[in-house]
Structure formats: structure tokens, C-alpha cells
Design a protein around this ligand. Sequence first.
Ligand SMILES: Cc1cc2nc3c(=O)[nH]c(=O)nc-3n(C[C@H](O)[C@H](O)[C@H](O)COP(=O)(O)OP(=O)(O)OC[C@H]3O[C@@H](n4cnc5c(N)ncnc54)[C@H](O)[C@@H]3O)c2cc1C
Length: 462
Amino acid sequence: MISEVIKQEIIAIVGPDNVLDSELNRFGYSYDSSFVPLLPKNNPDLVVRPLTTDEVSRVMVVACAHEIPVTPRGAGSGRTGGSIPQKGGISLCLDRMTQIVELDLRNMMVTAEAGVRTIDLYNHCAEKGLFFPPDPASWKFSTIGGNVAENAGGMRAVKYGVTKNYVMGLEVVLADGAILKTGGKAIKNVTGYDLTSLFTGSEGTLGVVTQALFRLIPMPKRRGTLQVMFRTLDDGCRTVHTVLQAGVLPAAAEIMDRTCLEVVARHRKTEIDPEVGASVIIEIDGEDDAALETQTKRIEAAAKECGAIAFRAARSQQEAEELWAVRRGISSAVAALAPNRIGEDISVPRDAFPEVVRRIGEISKKHGLPIAVYGHAGDGNIHPSILCDLAKPGEEERVHHAVDDIFAAALDVGGTLSGEHGIGITKRPYIAGALGEIGIRTLKAMKAALDPKGILNPEKIW
Ligand SMILES: Cc1cc2nc3c(=O)[nH]c(=O)nc-3n(C[C@H](O)[C@H](O)[C@H](O)COP(=O)(O)OP(=O)(O)OC[C@H]3O[C@@H](n4cnc5c(N)ncnc54)[C@H](O)[C@@H]3O)c2cc1C
């Protein structure tokens, strides 16, 4: 519990409208987009919505002095419970910090506050012909702070990498309220430890990101979208490798199984060919139409070699956008297929992608649980979604065993537990198996050095 005196101290910093403590408001900050059940113990005691870095710093000074847990929060779109408070305290929501501070055209860099929505940053840069590539499917609502904290990926990671590949520097408020600035606009910088990388992907456990400096690249002049249909998921998986081996590096290559395609068809009131078992959507880009044409031909040849039964190129921007809107909406659409959906986020070496997809099929049969499969086939990041009804007797246990088997399969083929959603609460039980004792000891030593009182996002990651 936070005393009235401390609450007044915080109100003096951010103003009364930005401290929420009604039961309804506290409940509103007790969940995110993961499958963590709604429980009163996950309510924060206070929700605090600062406007400036100075306010964040002063709130952290108060929290540190009274050892109050602080859970940073952006849009709450996280998939692993990262922004769900585990010990009450403060939910520190950065959603009012929405300034794009500077677009530096000469250096091709942009500085944005933590609460800026990903899509707004993308559009702001695109207006000047500059490209901010990290594009999580949640980009219409996720925040830059959350993207940095989770090292978010997206569709275009195949060619353009993930958030960390663009972070040049950060402004971070540490657990004691000190304001740390890391990195900067110098492209080469090996002065001291790479603190920028340390905070990127640290899930709000080491500091509160208040601003980020990103490098940008020129916007590709032409883009094309292709959709390929296959009889089997395996054919789709193999195609992605064949395309890469044919010397084409697509911007994105996304796979969806029959279950995903059916749910899309149902929403759009269309039908899909009964022969189709999987689809791959590919984005290509380049300097001019000729570059796109060459890539399209090579991809079509590779797809045919792998047994494609239909191939089409979007004929207009609108058609392309529709295809990508389907892909972006698939996660929520699949969730509607069963009373419960447990979605995972394993990532494996590219050449192991077909194998792990096959194993997921076997795990589905073994436990008698439908598992829908979609994901970023181009970079080996797959989102198996277990469709279940946890109210049924024995179902929860079966789901646990299926999740255990999925993680074991990922680790067995040289992969990892999470490609982009982080560990948070939901994958905590598995991290020791992935990192080993020395790995965990090293993480804990870093945490102890930066947050000796353990107030920042406690009980996450391990
Ligand atoms: C439909 C859907 C699709 C998605 N698709 C993708 C995808 O393609 N790729 C992908 O990577 N993710 C995806 N996600 C997951 C999620 O959107 C990302 O993890 C996103 O980066 C989270 O941003 P957020 O602002 O919602 O953060 P939150 O959920 O609020 O927080 C996430 C974590 O970051 C910490 N955090 C938030 N802000 C800060 C800050 N300023 N400083 C320090 N720590 C902070 C929180 O404590 C928490 O641990 C998807 C989610 C949904 C619901």
C-alpha cells in the first residue's frame, strides 16, 4: 500500500489528474495483451502518468526512497505480462510522453519520447522520405518505449532487422531517479560498455526509457507484395529458403496455416480452395520496377519448385495493404477460434524452421490440441497458438505439457524461447533451461548493480 503522504508527494510532481487510484483505474492497468489471468493481486496501488523526463526522475526518487515497486508501461500490448505489476506499487505509464523531439535529416536520425506510437514515428519519418523499419504487427498502438524495452521485431525483420538495429542512444531514468544518456549520433562508438544495447530488451527491469534516438534509412522507392498458396505448411516453409538461396532477400516473408486462412476467409465472407494448406505473403522492395520484376520472377520460380499451387502479385497499393492488414490482424482473429488461446513466440535458426513447424504438428497430435501456426518465416520466428478451453477438466495440464514440448523443440534445434515478445511473467519458468545457471547469475548481477533495491518491474524475467 502507498500511504496518503507519499501519494501527495507524487501528485505534487505530476498533478492530481495524472495519479489514478480508483479501483476501476487500478484494474485497467492490471493486464496486458498476454494470457495472464485477471487477478486483483496484479492491480497497481497507483497509476502515475508523467509528462516529462524530469517528472519520471522525481517519481523514481520517491519510489526509491520508500522502496515502492515501479512497473513501466507503454500501451500494454505486450504478450508476456511485462507491464503487469506483480507487487502492487506504481504502474508508471509513459503514454503522455508523445513528442517527436527531433528529425535530423542530415544525420538521418530521429529522437522520440517513449510514449510515441510506433506508426506515428514511421509516418513522421516517411513524410521526409526516411524509413524507420521496425514494424511490429501492433504498431498502430504499441509505443516506442515498449518497443525498445522488448526489442520488438516485425514483418520486415528479414531484411531490415529489429528495433535494436536502429537504436543509437537512449535517455533512461535509473532506479534511483538519476538520468542516464547512452550512445549518440556518432555512427561508430565503442566508448565504454554498450549500455544502449543493455537497456534495449531489458523489459523495464533496469531503467525507464524516456527517449530514444534511432537511425533511419532511405525509404525504398518501390514495394511489391506477393501471395503464394501451398498444399502443405512444409512446402511454404521450404519456399522461404529456396527464395533466399535464389539470391532474393525479401523485406518480409510471413507464413499462415490453413486454420489462420480459414478464420480470415470467415471474417471476409469468402471461401478458400480446399486444397490450400498454407499461404506465404512476401514483401519485396527496390529502386525501380525492374528490380521488383526480377525478384518476382525468381520468387515465382522458387515457389513453383516447392510445389506452389497459386501465385499472385498485388496489383495495387490497396490490394497490398489488404493482404498485410490480414496478416496484422491474424493474432486477434485466431484468438476468437476457441475459448482460450495460448500463443508462443519461439525463434529458431532459419534452416530449422521447417523442422520445428513439423514438430509443432506432432505436438498438436500428441496432446490432442489444435495449434494454429503463423509467423515470420523469413527470420525463423514462429507464433504457435494453442487453441483450447481451459475450463475443461485436464485441459490446463495438457496445454502446459504442449508448451513444454514446444519450448523443448525450439531449444533442441538451436533456437530460443522468444524472438520478440520477451520473457515477462509467462516464460519465466523456462528461462533457466534456455540461459543456464551462469547466464542467469550474470543477468542477476547486472540487475543488482543497476537496481539494488529491486524496485523496477520486480518478478519479471527470472
Ligand atoms: C496484436 C498484436 C500483435 C503484436 N505483434 C508484434 C510483433 O509483430 N512484433 C513484436 O515484437 N511484438 C508484437 N506484439 C507485442 C507488443 O506489441 C510489443 O512487445 C510492443 O513492443 C509492446 O509495446 P507497448 O508499448 O505496448 O509496451 P507494454 O506492453 O506496455 O510493455 C512491454 C514491456 O516493456 C516495458 N516498458 C514499456 N515502456 C517502457 C519504458 N518506457 N521504459 C522501460 N520499460 C518499458 C514494460 O514494463 C513491459 O515489460 C504484438 C502484440 C499484439 C497485441
